[in-house]
Design a binder for this molecule. Sequence first.
Ligand SMILES: Cc1cc2nc3c(=O)[nH]c(=O)nc-3n(C[C@H](O)[C@H](O)[C@H](O)COP(=O)(O)OP(=O)(O)OC[C@H]3O[C@@H](n4cnc5c(N)ncnc54)[C@H](O)[C@@H]3O)c2cc1C
Length: 467
Amino acid sequence: MKSVADLVVVGAGPAGMATALEAAENGASVTILEADTLIGGNAARSTGYLAFQGFDMQGEQGYHDSAELFVADMLEEIDRQKSKYGIEFDLELAKVFAAESSSTYRWLVELGFEFNRFLPRPLQHSVNRMIDVTDTGMFTKVFHDALVKNGVDIRTSTRVRRLITDGDKVIGVQTDHERFEASKGVVLAAGGYQANLSIRRKYQPEYMASTPYLGTSYDVGDGHTMGQEVGGELINMTMIPPLIMVGSALIEDSIAVNAEGARFHDEAGPYDYRVKELHQQSEHLAFYIYDNETYTRKTQLINEMPNTPISAASLTELAEMIGVSPVGLNKSVESWNEILKSSQKRDPDFGRVIFPDGRREIKVGPFFASEMIVGINFPAGGFRVNRDLQVLNVYGERIPGLYAVGDCTGGLGPVIGMGGMRITPALTLGRVAGRKIALEEFETTDHLQESGQYLPGNALRVAVIDD
Ligand SMILES: Cc1cc2nc3c(=O)[nH]c(=O)nc-3n(C[C@H](O)[C@H](O)[C@H](O)COP(=O)(O)OP(=O)(O)OC[C@H]3O[C@@H](n4cnc5c(N)ncnc54)[C@H](O)[C@@H]3O)c2cc1C
């Protein structure tokens, strides 16, 4: 069977859904193909932290932000990371994202998204700009309704296997049973490669390559593989930072304790700092502790974690079951609750600034413990693209008909540690791609070539020298 549209989008996470919706809103006929039974991708399984600049919630609170400040914060994060990974950060793409992020906020609100509160990350976002969606189920429901309303053909349980080319141009995709042709382009939006151990083994040290991952098992790097087959260049593939396998929204309501039952770090601090602190504890053993109310509210996130939580009617019993000091655990919970009862804005012991919504204490039994386990969540690597989100080959030349968005791109990957910096860029640059492809309004020059990073015709020159 054969089906034809202007645009075929591979993957219905936030990047693919935003691309499809914006393209359809701009008059294109769009088919979106999703391997899973539901749309939403990892955003529907996430904590739902998003980061924007210059939006009304900031204005209401008197926070002054700008695209320039947002970009400056990203550059500081790159400085923090570049001693650990070989990084290629795409500054031009960062500028496009930062500038367009405020319109993405408005767009989401118009679609029906609701947001809750600011989550401060002072070490990475110099001004409060990260907020959480009230319910990550909106990534499935709200987008489904909007895509249907705009006539997008949504095919779930449909895994794309190969790109179809005509000469060097990508003209469609092949699934197990069907061929989908695209007159204006194919967009790779199939997420990351965290669920593919054989891809990870190529890029991660052996001891990390088989650690658990969070999120969908469909993110097996299909987009990366298919784009590579037609010559797309992958960057930042080795940046797959170890982190603790926990959704940030669970941490808001939890404390972490070691074998002495004592807190030992800012639970909501930077991802790499949390891993370092865990490794300094005896036998690298520690647990997140939370109560029944949190368990009930955040069951979905808890189920995403690698181990089933252990529960007990009292903190003392829980401590005995997990082998930590009961006296220590009771004391830690008590002093945490005292901090919450006070009006202190910063935890005096470890400088934590993220508190439970409504400063809710840990007090409603049964109590739960989830072991802190190191794994991965955010692989940074993906395709090098230009400002039009066109996939580039190793010479910096566009691959006709092929685009990439979200976790299939690599240029903004290295700022993953800031928080909220996966979903918002996926949505924002997805919108940019959708609009440009639908309207065929591309930039005439290529920022990578402008910057001298690539010289057109490199391949030819090498061939001439070889002769
Ligand atoms: C537990 C957790 C918490 C997170 N919290 C946050 C957060 O608070 N803030 C933040 O910014 N980021 C967060 N992230 C990361 C964020 O969710 C992802 O980076 C983001 O969803 C990437 O968007 P995407 O559209 O590129 O890919 P994805 O959301 O991964 O979507 C890709 C889609 O493509 C589909 N697919 C894959 N292969 C194929 C194929 N061959 N054919 C068809 N379909 C295919 C997949 O099934 C999936 O639906 C979190 C992730 C997890 C797992």
